[in-house]
Ligand binder design. Sequence first.
Ligand code: FES
Length: 197
Amino acid sequence: MTSSFKEFASDSLQPKEFSFTAENLREAKIVLKRYPKDYPEGALMPLLTLAQKQSKGWLPKKAIEYIASFLKVSEIKVLEIATFYSMYNLSPVGKNHIEVCTTTPCMLRGSDDILKVCEKFLNINSGSVSKDKRFSLTEVECLGACVNAPVIKIDQDYFEDLDSKSTLNLLDCLAENKTVKKGSQIMRRGTEPVRRK
Ligand code: FES
């Protein structure tokens, strides 16, 4: 498994400062109220998500420091969470960030082929960003939708029951800015059993 986007971006890419926009600061204060006063770190994950969204899909060092100071927790605590969970990126990603699950259920259902299709179509290896910065690709552990394996997550959306053909079609649509069908690519509803013809 390639571990990617989990190392800090080079200093030249790091912004000098980070603070929440007024709107996100309001949102952060609302989030904080959901957690016990003596356990502010409960809000760590939603606040990291907010910071990542504000920074266009990745967390600069200054954002890690800012969240630590905002919650009055150590920076290492924030970094532990940011490095453990695959949804947080510590270096810039593409406009479409493609996460291919390659854990056992997805692997048994063909995720290796799907990863190869993505690498070939995008002309990048897992762990990289395309030259035009429209796409980035990474392998991840279980995305929690094993019943509909194999699965890809692109930004916040899931694409399930994939094979090489439907993956290619999906990438084609994204490249041409066409609407893409989310969820199961074989028209199954939720996780209902696959209908046999
Ligand atoms: S193993 Fe791929 S979604 Fe769980």
